[in-house]
Design a binder for this molecule. Structure first.
Ligand code: GAP
Length: 456
């Protein structure tokens, strides 16, 4: 049974996100736009921290992966070569009575789930958003908004190879917006039409692809564990033959136990040499790799760990959400890993008393050059602690009247609510130490040697 201490439904998360400035419905003053969401002042920090953690782990802390940032609009031929123009579609059915549209492969029965009306025969609906480039709106000027960031990597394979002088195996990472005109969206930011992806294309020699596949599954699984997602809320799911995408030799999902059940957080695919061969064919440019070791050229195989930023943000929020009884009240705490918490340290003067303010401001200005901080002096100290707990702030620094005399402050820790008192000059170093994560509960990483050995 998945391991949540607090059972949380999606409404609670949506409501917390709205109330505290994590995520708002898009264009809300106009009634919102279906499946589009805006990240608010705290959400943008959380999302940026998730992306930074990924970038650090897969690019900055490795010798064998470099990053790029390709444009969202690409030459339309790229989408013909990749197979998206022909095959990136879902089967669409429409209710003849209420005209709602559904994905045929997601329906249980053969009548409309909303009004039980009769459905049309399925027809294929391409998920790519089209627009026109330049002032003329005709077939020749059609461009697509990318439905995945991956193709921006494949078309730059040779550019990166020749300029970075990397040898196989090596990878190219990219994160950014992708767009899919999904037939059904929902579950908050789980499935939307505009979202962000974090993708790696890791190029290897054919024959070593299975080994690298297993390596990346383990690496990516541990990334979520390292950032605090509970082990019991993660699982691996191997795709059956019938489910594999047209390009994939093998695919394994990392699923998270969302409130609506197990669902994909990230997919790791073995794409073989499909993409490079296709782009070489359609562009007329060789995308082979010359292996000096064996003195021959070949097209590398590709292992692709492909994650969703928004889905990760949602999983981190859900996993961190906790409620407990404290002093007769329900205390809501987001037990976010300190690396992900939007605000690291809150500075809370005991009151707005004019004697306290100068020292509190001084502490604030000292801390803000090291950490993402927030100064809060509105309402009682108890209310302010609760507010910081609810947004996941790991530490609060309190300045009281005693501080004016002994130049000491109190640091209160979110999870245990324990407090220590220490001199102001030791504050930065102590917080740096505590925020490095070691004082936060860690869990054993997954050490399975082969993917097969582990999960169902
Ligand atoms: N390049 C391979 C690829 O794009 P995918 O399984 O279609 O594979 C990868 O997408 C990840 O992108 C998913 O695991 C999910 O996290 C995220 N994703 C895909 N479609 C999404 C959508 N409509 N809304 C939010 N995230 C999405």
């Amino acid at each position: 049974m998945p391991g949540k201490t607090t059972k949380v439904d999606m409404e609670k998360i949506v409501s917390l996100c709205k109330r505290r400035g994590f995520i708002f419905p898009s264009s809300e003053i106009y009634g919102g736009l279906g499946s589009c969401w805006d990240y608010g002042q705290l959400g943008v920090e959380l999302k940026r921290n998730v992306k930074d953690a990924w970038w650090r782990a897969v690019v900055q802390q490795r010798d064998d992966v470099v990053g790029i940032d390709a444009s969202i609009m690409m030459h339309p031929q790229a989408w013909i070569a990749s197979g998206h123009v022909e095959g990136f579609s879902d089967p669409l059915v429409e209710c003849k009575v209420c005209h709602l549209r559904w994905r045929a492969d997601e329906l249980n029965g053969n009548s409309c789930p909303d009004c039980s009306g009769e459905l049309t025969e399925p027809r294929l609906f391409n998920l790519m958003f089209k627009t026109f480039m330049g002032p003329v709106e005709d077939d020749a000027s059609v461009v697509y908004l990318r439905p995945e960031t991956a193709q921006g990597i494949f078309v730059n394979f040779d550019n990166v190879l020749t300029t970075s002088r990397k040898k196989l195996p090596f990878g190219i990472a990219q994160m950014g917006k992708s767009f899919r005109n999904e037939i059904t969206t929902g579950n908050f930011i789980f499935r939307t039409r505009e979202f962000e992806q974090m993708e790696i294309e890791y190029f290897v020699k054919q024959g070593s692809d299975e080994e690298w596949f297993n390596y990346w599954v383990k690496e990516r699984f541990n990334w979520y564990l390292n950032l605090g997602i509970k082990r019991d809320n993660l699982r691996l799911r191997e795709h059956g033959e019938e489910e594999l995408a047209h390009y994939a030799k093998r695919c394994c999902d990392i699923d998270y136990f969302f409130p609506m059940g197990w669902a994909e957080l990230e997919g790791i695919a073995n794409r073989g040499d499909f993409d490079l061969i296709q782009h070489a064919k359609y562009s007329g440019k060789s995308l082979a790799y010359f292996d000096e070791g064996v003195g021959e050229s070949y097209v590398p195989y590709v292992i692709e760990p492909s994650a969703g930023v928004d889905r990760s943000v949602l999983a981190f929020l859900i996993d961190a959400y906790d409620e407990e009884l404290a002093e007769g009240e329900i205390r809501v705490v987001l037990r976010l890993h300190p690396q992900l918490a939007p605000i690291k340290v809150a500075i809370l003067p005991l009151s707005r008393n004019e004697k306290l303010v100068p020292l509190a401001r001084e502490v604030y200005s000292k801390l803000r050059s090291y950490f993402m901080t927030q100064y809060d002096d509105a309402q009682s100290i108890g209310r302010r602690y609760r507010r910081q707990d609810e947004i996941g702030t790991p530490f609060c620094v309190t300045i009281d009247f005693q501080s004016l005399e002994d130049n000491q402050v109190t640091i209160r820790e979110r999870d245990s609510m324990s407090q220590i008192r220490l001199p102001i000059e030791e504050m930065v170093e102590t917080l740096q130490d505590k925020l490095s994560g070691e004082s936060f509960a860690t869990q054993p990483l997954w050490t399975a040697k082969a993917v097969d050995a582990l999960e169902e």
